[in-house]
Write a protein that binds this ligand. Structure first.
Ligand SMILES: [Fe+2]
Ligand SMILES: [Fe+2]
Length: 135
């Protein structure tokens, strides 16, 4: 069963960004399924690596759009990405070093990490970017 499901409330009304958020949701679900199936550490690590690198490129895309269009909350949004990235890199490091296992708690952390950011932070630029013709 999917840990996280796309819903209309996640839509920032920008196709490329919604599509990327869907990919991030898929990756979290893939990791959750792999964990639930008891897949080996290397397999879980590979999915986590993919998630980390996709998130980095997604954050860069958002930051580029916000900067290009002169969004006033740009720095604050970027700071949130930096903090999210630091947390997930820390998780990746702990997992790889064997200090942490992939658990339901970790999966819930990743789920909330994405859900809260889309709803609480990404949503704030939606109307602004739409008003600049970004759809
Ligand atoms: Fe986002
Ligand atoms: Fe964001």
């Amino acid at each position: 069963m999917a840990l996280l499901t796309w819903k209309d409330a996640y839509s920032v009304k920008i196709k490329q960004i919604d599509d990327q958020h869907k990919v991030l949701i898929d990756m979290i679900n893939e990791l959750n399924d792999a964990m639930a199936q008891g897949k080996a550490k290397d397999a879980l690590g590979a999915i986590l690596d993919k998630l980390v690198s996709y998130a980095a490129s997604h954050f860069a895309l958002e930051e580029g759009l916000l900067q290009t269009h002169g969004y006033e909350g740009y720095q604050d949004h970027k700071d949130k990405h930096v903090k999210m990235t630091a947390k997930v890199l820390d998780l990746q490091r702990q997992f790889k070093s064997g200090q942490a296992a992939m658990t339901i708690e970790v999966m819930n952390f990743l789920k909330n990490w994405l859900d809260k950011h889309i709803i609480g932070t990404d949503m704030k630029y939606s109307a602004f970017l739409n008003s600049k013709g970004v759809q």
